[in-house]
Design a protein around this ligand. Sequence first.
Ligand SMILES: Cc1cc2nc3c(=O)[nH]c(=O)nc-3n(C[C@H](O)[C@H](O)[C@H](O)COP(=O)(O)OP(=O)(O)OC[C@H]3O[C@@H](n4cnc5c(N)ncnc54)[C@H](O)[C@@H]3O)c2cc1C
Length: 437
Amino acid sequence: MASIVIVGGGVAGLTCAWHLRRAGHDVEVLEGAPEPGGRLRTESRGDYALECGARSVASGHRNWHSVVLALGLGDRAYALPRSRSAVLRDGALHSADLTAPLELLTTTLLSVRARARLPRLALEVLAHARVLDPLRPERAAALDGEDLADGVRRTLGEENLEYLLAPAFASRFGSAPEDLSWAFALLALRLRAQGFREESLRGGLGGVTRALARRVPVRTSCEVVSIETETDGARVRYRARGRPGSAIADAVVAAVPGSEVVRLCPKLTPSERGFFEEVRYARGIVAHLLLEKAPAALPWSGVAFPRREGLDLNGLIVDHHRMGAAPPGAGLVSAVLDPGASARMWQAPDAEVGALVVDRLARTPIGTLAPRECVVHRWPAMLPQFGVGHLPRLSRFLTRMDRSPRLAFAGDYLIGPYVEAAVASGMRAASEIARGL
Ligand SMILES: Cc1cc2nc3c(=O)[nH]c(=O)nc-3n(C[C@H](O)[C@H](O)[C@H](O)COP(=O)(O)OP(=O)(O)OC[C@H]3O[C@@H](n4cnc5c(N)ncnc54)[C@H](O)[C@@H]3O)c2cc1C
C-alpha cells in the first residue's frame, strides 16, 4: 500500500483518489477551496439549486456513467427535455441547434446559401473520423494547424461562422473562434455524433463530487504551495486555514488547472515545463438570475448571442428545465458574459454584473427580467482553451521521455473541456501512478 497525495478536489482529482483508494492505497486529497468539487458543484440558494460550473453531461459519456453507477447514483440520472437552443440574429430568436443537424437544414437563422453548405461539416468530420477520438484528442495532432474561424470560413463560409459555429462554441466553451482550433471543433462535433442526449442528475450534478468526497479523505481550505517529487518520495507544502504545513508521500497527483502546475511544481522536467507554460484557460463570469416566474418567452434550453449582435453576452442557459433547479413555476437562467465584458466587469460589484445582464436581455425578445436575486460566479480558469497547437503539444507531452518521478497529472485540459474528459483523466492518472509504484 502506497501513500498518495492528490492536489485538487475537482472531479478529476476525486475520481483519481477514489480509484486509488479502491486499489488499496492510502490517499488524501488537498483542496484549496472550502468545498470540494471545483467546477462541478451544486449550490443551494433557498429553493433553488445552482449548478456552479457544469450543468449537463451526455448520454455517450461512458466514464462518467461508470462512476455514477459505481457510486450507486444511477437511479438519479435523467435525460433533459429535448428542447432546442436558439440564436439571436437581427433582434429575433431562431431555433438552431448543432445537436439537431436535420432541423438545421430548415432553420430561419441562415440564408438558403449558408444552409446548403452545412453538409460539408458532416463530410469534414467523416473525412477525418479515423483520427477523431474525443478521449484521445492527441491523435488529431496532425490536423491542428488552423483556427476554428479559418476552418469554418474555408468550409462553410462567413455567415455560418458568425451565426452558427462561433456562437455555439463561444456559448459552450467561453472562447472566440480565433482562440480554438479547427481540429478541436471537429473533435467536439465527433463527440456529439457519438451520442448526445443531454443528461443531469436529480439534485444536481454536484451529487457526484459530494459522493466521491464522502468516500475519500479530503482536507478542504488547504492551499498547496509546492509539490516536489524525487525518485524516493514526494513532499507537498501547503497553507491550511492560514498555517503552513507539509505532507510526505510516496507519490503525488497534481489535479489542479494546468495553468497552475508550473507555479506549484518547481522541479518539472523541460518537456513538462514547456507543455504547462502553454496551457491556457478562458476566464469568464456567469450570472445566475433567480426568478419568481419562468419567462414565457423562453421555451429554449439555451440562447446563443453572436458577437455581431454586440450584447456583451455569449449565451443564456435556461436552467429551470432541470429537475429541482427552481421551485414549480419559478425561473432560473444563467447568463455567460463574453470575454470582453468578463474582463471589464471582473472587479465590478455583483449588483452591477446583474444589472448589465438584465439590461442586455431586455434588448432581446426575452424582455425585461426582474430577478429576486442574482448570484455571480467569477471563473479565473473557466475552461481550458484548445487553441491552435495544443494538440501537437499534448501529443509530445504524453509521449515525453523525461518524466518527473512519482508525479502524475489529471484535469480536463489533458483531454477536453468537459466533465467526461476530467473523469477520464483522473482514471488515467490513477492507473499511471499505481503502475509506477
Ligand atoms: C461555467 C462552467 C460551465 C461548464 N459547463 C459544462 C457542462 O455543461 N458540461 C460539461 O461536461 N462540462 C462543463 N464545464 C466543464 C467542467 O466543469 C470541467 O471540465 C470539470 O469540472 C473540470 O474538472 P477538473 O477536476 O479537471 O478541474 P477543477 O474542477 O477545476 O478542479 C481543480 C481543483 O483544484 C483546486 N486547486 C487549484 N489550485 C489548488 C491549490 N494550489 N491547492 C489545492 N487545490 C487547488 C481547485 O479549487 C479545484 O477544486 C463547465 C465549466 C464551467 C466553469
